[in-house]
Design a protein around this ligand. Structure first.
Ligand code: UDP
Length: 319
């Protein structure tokens, strides 16, 4: 058997997105062949431009909510990462967001079942909604408004988790579920509306930083390489219940704005804007399970990760 044939084959849906493209890089580094699928509604081919010509990599432009056509007979892993993932995106794309969480997940599970592949679902801390338990542990069922503007994402991901567990229990598929908390790093879209690119972009242009509400709501930010490391470890484990992956270092959004002002040395000020509907007041992962089951915990300090991210956005703004 040639070396190429013996490599594990991974399908990554949402492969041109922020996380899908970083996951692809990690899988290639681990010796996998990667088939990436993306319809590019929020993904960007520039995120994978460095892979053109790599014989272990193939890109298919397609919408996984319709059907997933992968000619390869042998597939070892399906990583389902396709979805709009920022509040602005899922407000603008409510129906595609619902469809990719529901129909896209069904199709991705169907592909895994057909090829006897392992399956990993990218789920989210949004499953916990505006949480009444803090920090959030995996056994907390959440506090989600099903009909609010964020419901299209939260409920789609909750459905995706239910579908994944059904395939695990009924069809005996080897499935994993990662609940991803706020993550940042290079390849986020400058204008995706999330707080990290928003504040950095504003700071680099000396524009006011738009803090929503009074800025007392909290988030806990994980650098992308740490997140991908946790996800890769989960994919290699035998654990089927959801696992939180994120960085427990929590701060208020106002503190985050002040950190960005300090680190960039901008002339920007802070401007307060109305808080979006159903914006969670607190969010912090309890990562006890990830530590125990995967031996994983985040390593990258906030200062280091945020400086790398600022450098990336500085480069983007010059283009
Ligand atoms: N936020 C903000 N200003 C912005 C964008 C976001 O104050 O320009 C706030 C938002 O209201 C939320 C937090 O930052 O409380 C994180 O928002 P993000 O969109 O990054 O993701 P979320 O964690 O809400 O899914």
């Amino acid at each position: 058997m040639s070396e190429k044939k013996s490599k594990p084959i991974s399908v990554v849906t949402g492969g041109a997105g922020f996380l899908g493209s970083h996951l692809t890089d990690r899988l290639l580094a681990e010796g996998h062949r990667v088939i990436a699928i993306d319809n590019l509604i929020t993904g960007n081919v520039e995120n994978v431009a460095h892979l053109s010509g790599n014989e272990d990599y193939r890109f298919i432009e397609s919408n996984v909510s319709n059907y997933i056509l992968v000619p390869e007979e042998k597939i070892d892993y399906v990583f389902h990462f396709a979805s709009p993932a920022s509040p602005i995106d899922y407000l603008e794309l409510p129906i595609p967001t619902l469809k990719v969480g529901a129909l896209g997940t069904h199709n991705a599970l169907g592909l895994a079942k057909d090829r006897h592949a392992k399956f990993l679902l990218a789920s989210t801390s949004e499953c916990y909604g505006d949480p009444l338990v803090h920090p959030q542990k995996e056994d907390y069922w959440g506090n989600v408004n099903p009909i609010g503007p964020r419901g299209v994402y939260d409920e789609a991901k909750r459905f995706a988790e239910a579908m994944t567990m059904a395939y695990h229990r009924y069809h005996k598929i080897d499935t994993k579920i990662v609940r991803i908390f706020n993550t940042y790093g290079p390849r986020m879209r400058l204008r995706d509306g999330r707080v990290v690119p928003a504040f950095i972009g504003q700071a680099l242009k000396n524009e006011p930083l738009t803090v929503f509400g009074d800025g007392s709501q909290t988030r806990s930010f994980c650098y992308v390489s740490d997140l991908i490391d946790g996800i890769f470890k989960l994919s290699q484990s035998d654990f089927h219940e959801p696992v939180n992956i994120g960085n427990p270092r929590e701060m208020t959004i106002k503190q985050f704005a002040e950190e960005i002002l300090r680190i960039t040395g901008t002339r920007s000020t802070i401007e307060y804007k109305p808080l979006p509907v159903d914006d969670p007041k607190v969010r912090q992962p309890d990562i006890t399970r990830a530590k125990k089951v995967l031996g994983w915990e985040p390593k990258v300090e906030f200062e280091e990760g945020i400086k790398k991210t600022i450098d990336y956005f500085r480069g983007r703004l010059k283009q």
